[in-house]
Write a protein that binds this ligand. Sequence first.
Ligand code: GCV
Length: 680
Amino acid sequence: MKTPSSTDLAWLGEHAAAHLPAQVRLRADGPLTGTIGSEIDRLRSLAPGVPGSLTLLDLPQARASTLDDAPFEELAAAGEEAYALRSRGDGSDRGDDSAGDASSARLEVIGGGARGLLYGFYAVVLGLAPAPSGAWTIHSPGNSIRMLDHWDNMIVHPAMGQVERGYAGGSLFYEDGELREDLTRVEHYSRLLASVGINRVAINNVNVHAREATLLTERLGSVVRLAEIFRAQGIAVFLSVSFASPITLGGLATSDPLDEGVQAWWRRVADAVYAAIPDFGGFVVKADSEGQPGPFAYGRDHADGANLLARALAPHGGEVFWRAFVYDHRQDWRDRSTDRARAAYDHFAPLDRRFDDNVIVQVKHGPLDFQTREAVSPVIGAMPTTRLAVELQVTQEYTGQQKHVCYLAPWWSENLRFPSGEDDAPTMAQIAAGSAERPGGMVAVSNVGDDEFWTGHPLAQSNLFALGRLAWDWTADADSILDEWISATFGVDQAVRSTLRELLAESWLLYESYTAPLGVGFMVRPGHHYGPDVDGYEYTPWGTYHFADRDGIGVDRTVATGTGYAGLYPEPWASVYESVDTCPDELLLFFHHVPYTQRLHSGKTVIQHIYDSRADGYERVLQLRPRWQQLAGLVPGPLHERVTTLLIEQERSAGEWRDQLRTYFHRASGIADETGRPIY
Ligand code: GCV
């Protein structure tokens, strides 16, 4: 564990507490039951005892109280994660010191259940929920699944490190192959997660190695301890499990999902897990993907595989998160007919209706792999009777690895708001959210490690915060979420706020501008995936190609002449993407192979766009550091230093991207940059 830290270095620190009106005190209103109850009691005890009050009541307490005008029935209908909020007394919405006579300020929060009460408390502390004076407002999550997956290994993996695609140090949970002794930071982390509404967490890598596989059996005690911590914040713990566990852990000869011995083994294991952790969440599974074992080995499909585990968990109320990230990672680059983008659709869409009720198919938001820009996965609209969760990547594998500033909420919002068809067709987020009978939601890969700032790049905390906020309400505006995060973390100093807004708000588009162009993706250094390497993946088996030659670039995914991928979308998208004329510029090379002289809707040719945006992007990166320098003395010194160091690396890396891409495409196309800027 690096320097011990606290929530002070994140959004639940001193600035967040400042959202509580100075005059408001937390008042105990009787004991709550259960461990979340103890947590709420603890939170109540944190506030200063001064005039005014914050009343925290759960529904039964509220019904028995004097708050007889509260919206009890509506709140009960909104569910146990909902809360009702009202401010009274000083006319201010959050009891801002400057507003009115705050000595009589009073905030009242009623939780639909214990979790709702906890969320209501955090919303007040962080200033997340407007509470108009006098009127009750009810807040409830738009998704019932709001989950973070950790790709943490117990043992440091020789190639992937301790946290696969982790850029914030080692694991928060494990050290030297065992659970950490001191789990104080896990407690802090669980509060950070609950404060933005996360209610599920998976505690080990989906690539399940030998040691981590034993969390299911001989190391279950570690899971019990983590579950105790997360339970206090209303968060259910999940394990990533290996499909081959009956063989590797159980000594069976097979893990065939239709084998009765295998079924009995999973039932026995699930029974033992629930005996130790009665509120255990369930399993996350990566099967038949990048070398992980799965049902294909036995001629079975992914519904057979998922239902095997679902049936072992069902008697206990557990869930299986079954990942749709299934593709051939040993493809021959010479084979132009195989398209990795199609794979999840081809494997999963035909299985709609086959999954048990407690299976959630977890689908990456794009068909490739968390690229800076790619199309929306067509799987999400193709499985109407299956419970789904959209998978996002908070850890910045392809988006700057927490060395580059890259606020991802605008990118996630764009995906979540994507309309699945014509007119009133539901958005991707609405489809994933599902219904009361078949609830789904959002899952994301965490960006947190044992780093003192939690996320390596302190500004990458904004992504963790935003993920929770969007999982709670996918319609929330990315800029407003950014403002919430800034005020909770850094307070309300105007200079700090406007600088951070400038640095972060458009940082995803900035990152896109100097990396792989126009939706073509990848072009990163194989293995670690950081920095430019245009042909790094071009002749590999991973299915991640750009097909650039002297005449043109891009992947032909049309129905007419390409892989047919564009035809997997409903209208209008199938037609929009099929034609070069209507395909959006930013996805042109994702869907089409075009000559360098192809004109974009922007009026530029493809080649001039590549030249210009890489050079302009780099120039804009150079403006970040001077801007950040203005905050010296206004934000904590160590944090300022860390960001400064990382901005220097971002400049270096963006320069490398600029020069490699401009030079590569000049050499490939032989076409001059009309601005005459340097090419090597
Ligand atoms: C956990 C990408 C990453 C892998 C990751 C995989 C996945 O391919 O590079 O490290 O493995 O996605 O989502 O399973």
